[in-house]
Design a protein around this ligand. Sequence first.
Ligand code: HEC
Length: 463
Amino acid sequence: MPPSPRAPIDTTLIANTEAGFAHAGVWPVSVSGVLLPAGSFAVLFEVDTRDADRKDLQTLARSLLGFGTLDEMAQWLGLPAYPGDGSVLLPSGVSAGEPMGLAAVTTEHGPALSVSYFPLLTPTMDQSLTDASQADMVLYERAQANLSAVGAGIPEAHGLDTSLARVGLSVARRTPDAWATRDAQWEGSRRPSALDDLVAESKPAVWWTLRYKTAWLADGSIVSGNPIFTNVLWNELGRGTDLRELETWLGENGHVVDELTVAVFNTSAPRWRQVLPDYPIDQAASCAGCHGEYDKGWSEGFYGEEALTTVAVRYAAQTAPVDVGTDPQRAAGMSDFAEALNALVLSQAINMVVTVQAGYVPPPLDGIWAWFPYLHNGSFPTLCALLSPVEERPARFVVGPPDDPATDFDEACVGIPAVPPEAWLAEPRNGVDASIAGLANGGHETVVSGGDRGHVIEYLKTL
Ligand code: HEC
């Protein structure tokens, strides 16, 4: 549709959004705690190497960490590759096929890799083995020192994000003061945490629903403040970053956070590409009370593709969590360190407030077809499973990176295919088992009976 003359294109908005996307692909915080020298780390974890020493080290890494090369690391972390079909904007310096979330950063010590989902990797690197330069060694040593302030966990299932536990356990390794000051004593022996027992994991949030919300995270516990700023602060807490260094960085780079925020709030949901069947689609009215109302083009008398367009979304003015009986561990996990986060100088500077909640925010269903497996803990492989009675939900299923739409996606039920591709079976961590704490698949018993289920799912595909 050509832009109307009364709505001129906002070039500043476009420029800020593009700048924000560029920051997102290349983690912008150059004082970040865990940065690995791009050159020598890549050499060590190179895919094809004939160097026997390096191969031995990769085998050792494989047995200790679960991966031996950068590609394996990306797979193990569940980082999808940037697609080559233009559907996702490539950050500068990143090529199609490279993993998302493994970002390149320019630091005063040279190019570095910043790992968004940092596992238990302590690089005791041998300089001769990796050809590391002096500057590289500075980065390694810095990363290694900062890692002692990082408490990390390994996800219970492929694709789940352990960042809540990482922030909580990292806070428990710092002095309980307003700067969460780094302290060797706490680093050596951290305070006990409820997160030692809780599995407070959740699937990574998508950007495109953030703009509908007034409380953020799966449990809606961030009730005030800019969620993007909060994300930067928490990420850095989880990377062992000195918060005074971060404050200085923020003082000089406030525009970076602003541009990121503009980008996130201007992201749209991906659209289902296939033409959908031509029969009347159930409006899923019973869901609207919790999940919002979606005005469709067909109600406005449009035809074809335009009929499928969502012309308006009406989501609750205040985003309140609802307890529908789904696994409580993730929400409970927040209670352990909410107060410590609220007390930080940097939280108060932006009026960031965390309030512990029971239950989870019913997410806007915009683009929900692309956000499988379902629920905050990814415990339902498909929309069919989510809308089925408890006893019909699969107790176990296998997840993996959805690389090939033909074999890795169930179009009818929307989500993880019931028969997993061979490649997924090779990795034991790909199994999702509802009997594991934190991965329970009860609750949300908004059952849609067999005949109507297909129609509700066809409707959800159009959102
Ligand atoms: C009483 C409120 C309520 C009603 C009614 C309700 N839901 Fe939900 N729904 C929720 C909550 C809360 C969650 C998040 C639960 C969680 O993540 O643990 C949720 C999650 C979902 C999700 C998963 C989202 C994701 O992040 O993976 C889908 C899909 C969904 N609901 C669809 C529906 C549909 C379709 C209906 C109507 C047939 C419906 N819901 C009715 C409260 C509700």
